[in-house]
Design a protein around this ligand. Structure first.
Ligand code: ZN
Length: 287
């Protein structure tokens, strides 16, 4: 059953758990994530589709495929969420295509502009029963992930500003920058739980951690303890699938390659396994 992210994140935060948001962009990822959630006991899950994957699939295709694979299962709560979008027109298009949730990423804009546009997106989305994730502060890209030092507060989310942002915009969830990076870390991760604690005290809504891939599990669990209710995983899931495909290819002679269907199955299976493990970790079921 498709739903927005509000109930699942509110429940998760109350229970000190987090919901996994996994990027989907083809049949294998949608099916792999759906199987993972089903096997994890109908655990709530978020299928995240980013603007950057519009070359792989249209939003209508994502919605149709999600419906075909999971939409008729009344026990499986799935949110179809538009990831990192800075274009209000695309957000409207996603909602028209049947996405149940959207992220407006105005983190690169001046603060006032981020507030103005996020608020407008919230008004548009809430009128249609869809949820909105906003972002404040900005994550480093994997290649420039050195953290620490006197400039921390300039790149990390400011707790007081976050509280003001939530109040001014009406966002349902807030993505924060506390030291994770998009992609894989180049150096040792330095996750600032101290900043997260302050943000969590200042804003009571579910918080979102982007850049989950490569983050030590103890740090992910500490984040969940301190208000993170949604964790985005992309790179690691993709890497698991590519590794599995490489494994199948490595077993075949050069002049007798495997059938494409077996690569698709290997990919699905890897996505299923990796996503299921994270769903269980985020629900505290692996300790
Ligand atoms: Zn992200």
């Amino acid at each position: 059953m498709l739903t927005n992210i509000n109930d699942m994140l509110r429940d998760a935060k109350r229970e000190r758990k987090a919901v996994g948001a996994f990027n989907v962009y083809n049949f294998d990822t949608i099916r792999g994530v759906a199987m993972a959630a089903k096997e994890a006991g109908d655990a709530p899950v978020i299928m995240a589709f980013g603007q950057k994957y519009l070359t792989n699939m249209s939003m209508k295709e994502v919605r149709s495929l999600t419906d075909a694979i999971t939409g008729t299962d009344p026990d499986l709560p799935i949110a179809l969420h538009l990831d990192h979008c800075s274009d209000p027109d695309l957000i409207r298009e996603a909602m028209d295509a049947g996405f149940t949730s959207v992220m407006f990423d105005g983190s690169r804009l001046p603060y006032e502009e981020n507030v103005r546009l996020t608020k407008a997106v919230c008004q548009m989305a809430h009128a249609r029963g869809r949820s909105v994730e906003g972002e404040l502060g900005s994550l480093a890209a994997g290649r420039s992930s050195e953290e620490g030092g006197a400039e921390d507060r300039e790149r990390y989310t400011d707790p007081d500003q976050a509280a003001e942002f939530v109040k001014a915009t009406g966002v349902d969830a807030l993505a924060v920058s506390i030291g994770t990076v998009h992609g894989m870390y180049q150096g040792t991760p330095n996750i600032r739980i101290d900043i997260l604690k302050e943000i969590n005290e200042a804003c009571r809504i579910p918080l979102v951690l982007h850049g989950g891939s490569g983050t030590p599990e103890k740090d992910l669990l500490a984040c969940i303890e301190n208000g993170i209710a949604k964790i985005n995983m992309n790179t690691e899931i993709s890497q698991a699938a590519v590794k599995a495909i490489r494994g199948v290819l490595a077993e075949s002679p050069e002049n007798d390659p495997p059938h494409l269907s077996s690569l698709s199955l290997a990919s699905q299976e890897a996505v299923r396994g990796a996503a299921k493990r994270y769903i269980q970790l985020f629900r505290g079921e692996l300790q």
